[in-house]
Ligand binder design. Structure first.
Ligand code: ADP
Ligand code: MG
Length: 217
């Protein structure tokens, strides 16, 4: 629609990280309850601790979006004890390598950034789609964003479709048997429960759609 997209700067990224931190605080009890069903009841507190530390980073002390994303990733790795810390940390570190320069983002750039984040998570955690992890929310989101980019769509459309796909992926974990992480110890008994990490990942993509779409609809 010829509407100007904001550049992705440290300030834009900071807005996103602060939004996600607030969302995690709101949903911390829900995430912990989900983790109580198939894990050790700490996913909400793990994510809240990590994202509180990330939200406290002052965007003014970073010269670019990339520098802030990198610091956010390192902060998550160092402050979150659970499996989710290194995985979410890797996600943001990978984003920092794709969103290298500040500027007006394209749908392709954001699809590439999410794809790189997914690749980092898979390299680290070895989960595949269907293993009942946060990969089940992120992977369909990446596919949806790539499709919009290939069709020449907008950033807002790419992130909106990615968010819808992440929600569907999160829901699909309910019927899955866990094959990675703590929930895998339960085997068949993990069935019938929504994966906590897929739930926090769907919230992350939704937050990105809200904060990085530049006011387009
Ligand atoms: P922990 O399992 O160490 O207590 P959390 O409770 O914070 O850590 O996070 C659990 C979530 O981490 C799971 O719901 C799952 O989505 C995700 N997870 C665990 N292991 C893996 C893995 N190998 N690959 C991808 N995601 C994983
Ligand atoms: Mg846990």
């Amino acid at each position: 629609m010829g509407m100007l997209m904001p550049e992705i700067t440290a300030a834009t990224v900071s807005e996103w990280l602060k939004d996600y931190s607030a969302v995690i605080s709101e949903h911390a009890n829900e995430l912990t309850d989900l983790d109580r069903q198939i894990g050790d009841a700490d996913h909400g507190s793990n994510m809240a601790r990590g994202m509180n530390a990330v939200a406290a980073l002052d965007p003014q002390s970073f010269s670019s979006a990339s520098e802030l994303l990198k610091k956010a990733g390192m902060t998550l790795v160092s402050t979150v004890g659970g499996a989710s810390g290194p995985l979410y940390g890797t996600f943001f570190l990978r984003l920092s390598t794709v969103i290298k320069t500040d500027g007006e983002p394209t749908a392709q750039l954001l699809a590439d950034a999410l794809d790189s984040g997914l690749a980092g998570i898979v390299a680290r955690g070895k989960a595949e789609v269907g293993d009942k992890t946060l990969v089940d929310a992120l992977s369909p989101a990446v596919d949806a964003a790539k499709q919009v980019a290939a069709d020449g769509g907008s950033v807002a459309d790419a992130l909106a479709k990615a968010s819808t796909a992440a929600d569907e992926g999160r829901d699909s974990t309910i019927e899955m048997v866990a094959r990675r992480g703590r929930a895998s110890y339960l085997g068949e008994r993990s069935k019938g429960h929504q994966d906590p990490g897929a739930t926090s990942m769907a919230l992350l993509v939704e937050s990105a759609a809200r904060c990085l779409s530049g006011g387009q609809s």
